[in-house]
Design a protein around this ligand. Sequence first.
Ligand SMILES: *[C@@H]1O[C@H](CO)[C@@H](O)[C@H](O)[C@H]1NC(C)=O
Ligand SMILES: *[C@@H]1O[C@H](CO)[C@@H](O)[C@H](O)[C@H]1NC(C)=O
Ligand SMILES: *[C@@H]1O[C@H](CO)[C@@H](O)[C@H](O)[C@H]1NC(C)=O
Ligand SMILES: *[C@@H]1O[C@H](CO)[C@@H](O)[C@H](O)[C@H]1NC(C)=O
Ligand SMILES: *[C@@H]1O[C@H](CO)[C@@H](O)[C@H](O)[C@H]1NC(C)=O
Ligand SMILES: *[C@@H]1O[C@H](CO)[C@@H](O)[C@H](O)[C@H]1NC(C)=O
Ligand SMILES: *[C@@H]1O[C@H](CO)[C@@H](O)[C@H](O)[C@H]1NC(C)=O
Length: 332
Amino acid sequence: CNRTIWLYAHHLPSSFLLAEPSSVQAAEFGHLPDNLTVLEGESIILRCKIDEEVTHKAWLNRSNILFAGTDKWSLDSRVSLVNSNDSDFSIQIERVAVTDEGPYTCSFQARNQPRIAHVYLIVQVPARIVNISQDKSVNEGDDVNLFCLAVGRPEPTITWKDFRYGRIYEGEFLDITDIKRHQAEEFECITNNGVAPPDTRRVKVTVNYPPVITDVKNMPAQLGKTAILRCEAMAVPTAVFEWYRDDRRPVESDNTLKIKNEKTRSLLLFTNVTEKHFGNYTCFASNRLGASNASMLLLRPGAVYGGGAPLSPCVSGLGLWLGLCVSILMKV
Ligand SMILES: *[C@@H]1O[C@H](CO)[C@@H](O)[C@H](O)[C@H]1NC(C)=O
Ligand SMILES: *[C@@H]1O[C@H](CO)[C@@H](O)[C@H](O)[C@H]1NC(C)=O
Ligand SMILES: *[C@@H]1O[C@H](CO)[C@@H](O)[C@H](O)[C@H]1NC(C)=O
Ligand SMILES: *[C@@H]1O[C@H](CO)[C@@H](O)[C@H](O)[C@H]1NC(C)=O
Ligand SMILES: *[C@@H]1O[C@H](CO)[C@@H](O)[C@H](O)[C@H]1NC(C)=O
Ligand SMILES: *[C@@H]1O[C@H](CO)[C@@H](O)[C@H](O)[C@H]1NC(C)=O
Ligand SMILES: *[C@@H]1O[C@H](CO)[C@@H](O)[C@H](O)[C@H]1NC(C)=O
């Protein structure tokens, strides 16, 4: 897409001097040279409109002559003459590069007086993320350092956004010390310089921690009926479950008992409860960061616990469940 700028050079005073162009121009128009903004990679036409008889004319990039009349001085193949007649003297720059940014001058002589007009070419580059942290998997308590590098003209802003809490952090680095499991989430880097829509990329941070068994209940069961014992554990990576009977005998599946492992829990499915099923089951959840266990009872109908009977269905170390266990026992 071509862009065009018209320079109305004929208004300039005859006292114009090439030696001090910007101050003279500023004095004449009361502002700095016009800025012409173009995106990197686009083509642009610089037009110089003349309406008096001209003897010499030239286009300059800074102090280098690009065209003197129709003679090309520039060696750059991207620069070409678009038009040259008595009223219009225009050049085109193709595939504008960042290094093209700067002042361009149309200079000519009319009635033996030098005249000039300027345009300041500003080359913009959309903000773009050029490098960013890889997705990370860390252990709880580790420090996490994320980076996001971006380029663009004008200089883009870089911010980090955390998805869960919507917080915004300024800058290309995001440091989290002593990361906690609830901080595991996606972080988004956003870079913007107003030239094009912001560029965004995400980094996922996984926080690993050992299993924590969250839900354990004693279950009353009836002979000949079905029953389920559940063991729920939160863990990253997900836990592997094992079941044991009181003497740490592994529980084995058979035609009346199935072990069903799911992502965050394991189930003991009794399809036909018999006498031998009643008792104490220990669920053992582990991953590479650690392990945790909890015990629960499959309760005989009408069982009364007291005296010599086992009175500790409430798992050692899981005092949390004590109230619950006790209330279950009271109902029995
Ligand atoms: C041209 O851009 C410069 C900064 O890049 C700015 O200071 C100046 O005011 C601009 N001039 C005009 C006429 O917009
Ligand atoms: C100069 O060229 C422009 C664009 O082609 C045209 O519009 C204009 O009439 C020409 N002027 C003269 C004096 O030939
Ligand atoms: C303008 O001049 C700069 C600095 O010398 C150069 O890098 C750039 O390629 C030139 N651009 C054009 C279109 O001549
Ligand atoms: C991105 O940054 C990393 C870490 O600084 C570096 O190892 C890698 O080479 C960079 N990649 C690119 C494409 O620059
Ligand atoms: C459950 O097991 C008992 C004893 O083995 C058997 O008599 C009964 O038919 C079984 N019930 C079901 C529904 O399979
Ligand atoms: C169940 O077994 C576990 C592990 O062997 C033990 O710590 C717990 O006291 C037992 N509970 C009852 C009620 O016997
Ligand atoms: C089961 O958990 C308790 C703490 O709740 C711990 O003392 C015990 O060593 C664990 N048992 C096994 C076999 O890991």
